[in-house]
Design a protein around this ligand. Structure first.
Ligand code: MN
Length: 205
């Protein structure tokens, strides 16, 4: 998580975006990036900084806070800072036409799901079935096995000892400006902008 930094005086800083706000169009619009990154993530970061100020959590890393915080405002905001930092870092405007994982990640997907199309279908179904707000993750367990994990609200797979690899945000704020109620179409379009090298770099291999 190289793009998230913490300043000892002002706390967590907004992670830098690796692309301009309009660079992911038409999959994700400039307006959605401006609200989702510019306003929603900024609010989670501001809340997290307020909640940890002067507390025992100030000395912990973000991942330690997400693992240890009890359910409530601190977990909600720390979890969403971690979720969104991973989320905005995992897309690229430079994905090739037939965008798909390669190398060790491709091998692991074949081993655990049979093929990439099956993984996509299962993640799309899981995202479609998640009621309310939350996330669907491709995650890896300690033994290296890949699995699809549902998380409600601001939860993250690291609370279950799993490594989050690729996350789909199914909160309505992630897609409503561009797709209104068509969540399934949004989730399908995202495959076109996934930075699979970034996802593979999150694996333990
Ligand atoms: Mn979001």
């Amino acid at each position: 998580m190289s793009i998230l930094t913490k300043n000892s005086i002002t706390g967590y800083q907004m992670p830098a975006l690796g692309y301009t706000a309009s660079a992911l169009e038409p999959v994700i619009s400039k307006a959605t990036i401006e609200y989702h990154y510019g306003k929603h993530l900024q609010t989670y970061i501001d809340n997290l900084n307020k909640l940890i100020e002067g507390s025992e959590y100030e000395k912990l890393t973000l991942r330690e806070i997400v693992r240890q915080a009890p359910e409530g405002p601190l977990l909600n905001n720390a979890g969403q800072v971690l979720n969104h930092t991973l989320y905005f870092e995992q897309f690229t405007p430079f994905a090739p036409a037939n965008n798909r994982p390669e190398g060790a990640l491709s091998s692991a997907i074949r081993f655990d799901f049979g093929n990439f199309d099956t993984l996509k279908k299962k993640m799309e179904e899981t995202a479609g079935a998640l009621f309310g707000s939350g996330w669907v993750w491709l995650a890896q367990n300690e033994g290296g096995k890949l699995d699809i994990v549902r998380c409600h609200n601001g939860d993250n797979p690291i609370r279950r000892g799993l490594t989050p690899l690729y996350g789909i945000d199914v909160w309505e704020h992630a897609y409503y400006l561009d797709y209104q109620n068509r969540r399934a179409e949004h989730v399908k379009q995202l495959w076109n902008i996934v930075d699979w090298e970034m996802i593979e770099s999150r694996m333990d291999i």
